[in-house]
Every structure is written in structure tokens, then in C-alpha cells.
Ligand binder design. Structure first.
Ligand SMILES: Cc1ncc(COP(=O)(O)O)c(C=O)c1O
Length: 483
């Protein structure tokens, strides 16, 4: 049988099935709410329907698509559902999906400029567009990674390299010439920062978590004290991580005050704006990045709140030389004579790189900056409405300020004061509303209090979905309270 570039599939069959798949996607995106938002399968339900061994002979595409609908779809939690209010409610978009399809079709590896000049140059241009949208200065240069976890790992590796202590060459273990490194973040910082410390050999004990104020923001005064104390005790402070939009409450650390400390103490300042950073494209929210122009690095995730299909995380730094010094390692087989080009393999851990800028380019051009601004603004407006309903309902309590589009709250009837009982009630309430299939919320704990989170960020979410969530929450709360 003649081999073709399209592998097992003949190009005409690809055209036919491809159109069917696009039709399926279009129908799906038209109304994802026909599915329960939270998958109802039990652990193992999907696995037991799948053969344990691969097929030895080819299977028709129609059989595969049939199995996709029959077996896989019931095991999907629908992030596209307008009632998805859990974690950070992220949303892809049709232009982003089309960009992703084309990137898959081209299948380029953007490790070097020459392995696809357009992949590298589009990445540079799109990152610069986004930088301008965010209001960051022109000396911030960017690279796209898969996730904020990896972006932060890359940034913190550069922070470590900035010490010029030959850690890249000699590592950290067994060094008698180097005190133990210390980095600082708040107790509300995302776990990815601690994971980066694990990977970088700093260790979890090398991460000092600074207490937050009552708005869940890192206390700059305590940071200053901690650094002084650590230096006196023989630690080697090297880096501070501030967050714009913490994971539990979306609080914003006082970046400007932290940057003053970093400048004075000569520490690297990394800002994790994975969720909240993109909101700076909205003129009235521009100030959320106040002080970030002084940071050494910052990460924002278009796959969280800029309608770009997962994965797409943008890392910016003003210290490109330090970053590439940390990572550039060019074996003979990757050497090129190209001059004045960016080889993105020098900007991080991975060699092979997906063409992620294509989908971001499609998203920014297809929505237009104004279109993106209006979506984020609307999500914040819906969250403000929801927060006001919580505030107006005596049996409910709001547990954090709402700087973006996430509301932290709990059911707190006046006759229940015991924390354990409140936790039981609220976790029961969460399970009850989530089992309706209409909405999906998640939870966190704030100062030991079980907290429900209503996160609004989905393109399909309309006022009626937010109202419906509130209706369900109140109805189930009444029922649970009545016993
Ligand atoms: C503030 C913050 N930083 C980092 C992350 C990790 O993001 P990613 O999944 O892109 O690694 C999250 C995830 O929600 C987050 O909320």
C-alpha cells in the first residue's frame, strides 16, 4: 500500500472526517450545557471500557469517533460549560482552537530559529503585543512555555544564575563556599513556586513563607524583617516571589513595596500573575500590575483568562542575558551560523517547542484587544454582582475582597458558630450544588475556614448562569440547614 504523509489516513478521508470533527466541535461549542458540567463517572469507569492492549490492525475512524462519544465524553468535566465556576474558570475559544489545529497540522518544532523562522518570529511579535497590552516596559522580552509552573521554574533558575556563584556548573550539593539559598513568598503563593524550589535544589525549607495581611496580601514589613533575620543566621537570600491574583482569593501582593525591598537587598523579584496579570489589559484594572515594571520577571497565562486553549503561558524578563546564561547549552548537532536570531531552546528547559504563538495570535486578532477587554470586564462585573448578593444575604458571608472575578464565601447561618459544623455544612453544600450537573464550584480554606469559591471566567457564562448558581446555592443551603 502506498504510504502518504497523512499516515494511516488517505487525504480525502482526512478531509471528510476532518469536516465531521469540525462539525462536532461547532455543535459542542454551541451548547456545552447539554452535558453535566462535572463528570459523573466513578474512578475506573473509563479505564474498564478500554482494551488493555493496543489494536494490531487498523480501525476505522468512525469507530474511533463513536468510542470518543460513547466512552470518553461521559468522563469529561466540561470546562467549556457556562456553569463551570471552579478553580479558575478558564475558557478556550474558537479562534484559539483553529490556531491549535493549524499548529498541529504544521507540527513544527520551534527549538531553533531555522527550524521554523515564523514560529520564532511570531512568538516574539505576539509576546510584544501582549506586553504592550499589559502596559509593561519595552525592555521585557518574552518566551512562551506550557504552564505558569514551568515559567516560574525558568524564572527562578535565572534568579539563581544571577548570583554568579557557578551553581550551573557546580550545583548546590556539598558546597562549603555557599550558604543555603533562601527565597520568599507569601503563605498564599501557588504551590508551583515551592515545587520550583524542590527542582532547583533550594528545597522546601529554603522557601520562607511571609505572613499575609487581612486582605491575604504579603506583608512587606515582615519580608524586610525576615531577610535581615535570615542574613544574620547565615542564609543567602536571593529571590522574592510576589503574586498578582493569588490562587485562593486572587489577592494582589504589594509589588511596588516588595520591589523596593528587592532593590535595596539586591534580590530578584519574580511576579506570578498567572491568572490576574492578564486583567491589566483592561484600562481600569491596569493598576493591578503596579510596580511590576520593576520586577525581573513576570508570568501571565493566556490559557487562564485570555481565551487561549490550554497550554499557553507567557514569561517575560528584563534579564534575558541571565536567563539564557542559565539555560543555553548548544551541542554540535544544534549549532547554526544564523546571526541576530532568537533560538528559543536557549530560554528554558525544553528543547522541542510547540508553535503556541499561532493560537495566541489568532485569539488576539480575532477578538481584537477591545473584544478581550470587554470579556474580562464583564466577568468582573458578574463577580461583583454575585459578591453583592452574598453581602445582602444574612445567612451567607463573604470571606475575601474581590479584585478580579472570583468570590470567596460561605454559608453561615446565625445559629451555627462551630467551625467544624460550618465546614461540614459548606462541604455538603458544595457537593449538593455540584451534583446538579448545572454548576461546578470548588473550595479552599482561609484562616482555617472552609470557603466556597465562585470563579467566573468562561466565555459562555451569562448573567443567567451566575443567577442560577446563586439560586441553587441558596436552595440547597436552606435544605441542608433544615436538616
Ligand atoms: C497564581 C497561580 N500561579 C500558578 C499557577 C499554576 O498554573 P499552571 O497550571 O499554568 O502551571 C496557578 C494555577 O492555578 C495559579 O493560580
Amino acid at each position: 500500500m502506498e504510504q502518504s504523509l497523512t499516515g494511516a489516513m488517505d487525504p480525502e478521508e482526512f478531509r471528510r472526517v476532518g469536516k465531521q470533527v469540525v462539525d462536532w466541535i461547532a455543535d459542542y461549542l454551541k451548547d456545552p450545557s447539554k452535558y453535566p458540567v462535572l463528570s459523573r463517572v466513578k474512578p475506573g469507569d473509563i479505564r474498564k471500557q478500554l482494551p488493555g492492549a493496543p489494536p494490531t490492525s487498523p480501525e476505522p475512524m468512525m469507530t474511533l469517533l463513536g468510542d470518543f462519544e460513547r466512552i470518553i465524553l461521559p468522563g469529561i468535566t466540561h470546562w467549556n460549560h457556562p456553569g463551570f465556576f471552579a478553580y479558575f474558570a478558564i475558557s478556550g475559544s474558537a479562534p484559539g482552537i483553529l490556531g491549535e489545529m493549524l499548529a498541529a497540522a504544521l507540527n513544527v518544532n520551534g527549538m531553533l530559529w531555522r527550524t521554523s523562522p515564523a514560529a520564532t518570529e511570531l512568538e516574539e511579535v505576539v509576546l510584544d503585543w501582549l506586553r504592550q497590552m499589559l502596559g509593561l516596559p519595552a525592555d521585557f522580552k518574552g518566551v512562551i512555555t506550557d504552564t505558569a509552573s514551568v515559567s516560574s521554574l525558568v524564572a527562578l533558575t535565572a534568579a539563581r544564575e544571577a548570583l554568579h556563584r557557578r551553581i550551573r556548573e557546580n550545583g548546590l550539593a556539598g558546597r562549603t563556599d555557599l550558604p543555603r539559598l533562601r527565597m520568599y513568598c507569601s503563605e498564599h503563593t501557588h504551590s508551583s513556586i515551592e515545587k520550583a524550589a524542590i527542582v532547583l535544589g533550594i528545597g522546601q525549607n529554603g522557601v520562607r513563607k511571609i505572613q499575609s495581611d487581612d486582605g491575604y496580601r504579603m506583608r512587606a514589613d515582615l519580608l524586610g524583617n525576615a531577610i535581615r533575620e535570615d542574613r544574620a543566621n547565615g542564609w543567602f537570600p536571593f529571590c522574592v516571589v510576589a503574586t498578582v491574583g493569588t490562587t485562593s482569593t486572587t489577592s494582589i501582593d504589594p509589588v511596588r513595596a516588595l520591589s523596593d525591598i528587592c532593590r535595596r537587598e539586591r534580590l530578584w523579584l519574580h511576579v506570578d500573575g498567572a491568572y490576574g496579570g492578564v486583567a491589566a489589559i483592561v484600562p481600569e484594572l491596569r493598576s493591578v500590575l503596579d510596580g511590576c515594571e520593576l520586577a525581573d520577571s513576570i508570568v501571565v497565562n493566556p490559557h487562564k483568562w485570555l481565551f487561549t486553549p490550554i497550554d499557553c503561558s507567557c514569561l517575560y524578563t528584563r534579564q534575558v542575558d541571565t536567563l539564557t546564561q542559565a539555560f543555553s547549552l548548544v551541542p554540535e548537532y544544534l549549532r547554526t551560523a544564523d546571526r541576530d536570531v532568537t533560538n528559543y531552546m536557549d530560554w528554558g528547559v525544553q528543547l522541542g517547542r510547540r508553535f503556541r504563538s499561532l493560537k495566541l495570535w489568532f485569539v488576539i486578532r480575532s477578538f481584537g484587544v477591545d473584544g478581550l477587554i470587554s470579556r474580562i470586564r464583564e466577568h468582573c462585573r458578574l463577580a461583583a454582582d454575585f459578591a453583592s448578593w452574598v453581602d445582602d444575604e444574612p445567612a451567607f458571608e463573604r470571606l475575601a475582597p474581590v479584585p478580579f472575578s472570583v468570590v470567596c464565601f460561605r454559608f453561615h447561618p446565625s445559629d451555627v458558630q462551630d467551625e467544624k459544623a460550618l465546614e461540614r455544612m459548606n462541604s455538603q453544600l458544595l457537593d449538593a450544588v455540584n451534583s446538579t450537573g448545572e454548576v461546578f464550584l470548588s473550595h479552599t480554606k482561609l484562616n482555617g475556614r472552609y470557603t466556597m469559591r465562585m470563579a467566573i471566567g468562561n466565555l459562555a457564562t451569562r448573567p443567567q448562569h451566575v443567577m442560577r448558581a446563586w439560586e441553587l446555592i441558596r436552595a440547597h443551603a436552606r435544605r441542608i440547614h433544615a436538616g
